[in-house]
Design a protein around this ligand. Structure first.
Ligand code: 13P
Ligand code: SF4
Length: 308
């Protein structure tokens, strides 16, 4: 007799076949959600994957702006987000009104928005980037200055690594998980416990933590670094869910979250039970204004083209 969770996962697998559905999941998802997903990745990988999905239904396990991006890229498919209250407080910093105001004030500067932004704001941008593509794309635009938001830590990281003048929009935007829980104190405490570990850090972390890192990158770039770096032990300076994925991919390496209490409650709102209900009812469905959706698609395609 399978246990409760295994029973749910079996029913999800069965319904996926019946509905011709796939589950795309972000690297921070619960272990059992990662296990039942067809593809797990960072924001850029999920966007690329969403452009080539052979399915009638996509269930998105992650936060709203990601589910909406998948819906914008797949206007003819049913895109389900099992818990629409799973938002991202960082994304809420850049409202469309704010983007319009900054554009009026700096008409010469291209607007580059981090993918962790509201869909209506993305529709006003020139480019959209993820943590893995931000520096590369901004260098390729060839502008002396760019407007960039909403994450001020990523803005700082991009400015330091590209030399392009970054005007942060709004200047105080941050992810509460990275800003307050991936902090200097927890980094030093983790190093007390694992002094030989390499420190890998997400660019949403504050500068004092990034300055002590051996590697800075997106969630999937951090995973690849664990595989490629010649070391046995790693401290991952990001949401704790990434450690599960790293341990599964590299069972011979020892991986520790920088702070085991660095939990994104929004990411963790997606459970196998909610995924099962979504597949049974085909709800909650992500619907976007067609004009906003078209513009977001254009911005994403332009950005991916520039990245090559
Ligand atoms: P990645 O694109 O690196 O997966 O980041 C998404 C995110 O929400 C980080 O907090
Ligand atoms: Fe948003 Fe932070 Fe959660 Fe990522 S970890 S989804 S940036 S709140």
């Amino acid at each position: 007799m399978p246990g409760y969770v295994e029973g749910l996962l079996e029913r999800i697998r069965e319904l996926k076949r019946q509905r011709r559905a796939v589950i795309l999941a972000h690297n921070y998802q619960l272990p059992e959600v990662q296990d039942v997903a067809d593809f797990v990745g960072d924001s850029l990988e999920l966007a690329r994957k969403a452009m080539n999905v052979d399915a009638d239904v996509i269930v998105f396990a992650g936060v709203s702006f990601m589910a909406e991006m998948v819906a914008a890229l797949n206007p003819d498919k049913v895109v389900l987000h099992p818990d629409p209250t799973a938002g991202c407080p960082l994304a809420d910093f850049a409202t469309p009104q704010l983007v319009r105001r900054y554009k009026e004030k700096h008409p010469q500067a291209p607007v580059v928005l981090y993918v962790n932004s509201l869909t209506a704001a993305k529709a006003l941008a020139d480019y959209v980037v993820t943590s893995s593509s931000a520096a590369r794309l901004i260098s390729r635009i060839g502008a002396e200055e760019v407007l960039f938001g909403p994450d001020s830590n990523l803005a700082d990281h991009v400015q330091r690594s590209t030399g392009v003048r970054v005007i942060p929009l709004p200047g105080h935007g941050h992810c509460p998980v990275h800003q307050y829980l991936i902090d200097e104190y927890h980094l030093m405490k983790a190093l007390d416990e694992h002094p030989n570990a390499k420190v890998l850090v997400h660019p949403e972390a504050p500068r004092e933590v990034r300055e002590r890192a051996d590697f800075i990158g997106s969630t999937s770039q951090m995973l690849r670094a664990v595989g490629e770096m010649d070391a046995e032990e790693f401290i991952l300076g990001t949401e704790e869910g990434l450690a599960y994925r790293a341990r599964r991919l590299y069972p011979n390496k020892r991986v520790y979250p920088l702070n085991p209490r660095a939990i994104c409650i929004d990411m963790k709102k997606i459970t196998p039970l909610k995924i099962l209900r979504s597949l049974e009812t085909l709800k909650p469905r992500v619907t976007l204004d067609p004009e906003v959706s078209r513009r977001v698609r254009e911005v994403i395609e332009r950005s991916l083209q520039l990245l090559g």
